[in-house]
Design a protein. Structure first.
Length: 83
């Protein structure tokens, strides 16, 4: 089991205790709906996170391409001044 951000030290007894408390609060009939909605929320969060990550990576690629083009033009201008 991989550790989650702020709950790194949760072991099996703690997870069972949390499950029991959730069962007491929400009841057995609402548990599937509760976990389904939690799963959808996590999926949407991951999708949004990966979208932002892609935007940042594409922006970084554009910056690299612009810098390469500027350097190429500077070399061309310097070569034409020398000639």
């Amino acid at each position: 089991m991989t550790p989650l951000a702020f709950i790194q030290n949760l072991n099996t007894p703690e997870i069972v205790m949390i499950g029991a408390v959730v069962l007491l609060f929400f009841g057995a009939k609402r548990m599937p709906d509760l976990f389904r909605s939690a799963g959808k929320s996590i999926r949407e969060f991951k999708k949004a996170t990966s979208g932002i990550e892609e935007d940042i990576r594409s922006a970084m690629d554009v910056d690299v391409n612009v810098e390469a083009e500027v350097a190429k033009r500077k070399r061309a201008a310097a070569a034409s001044k020398v000639a």
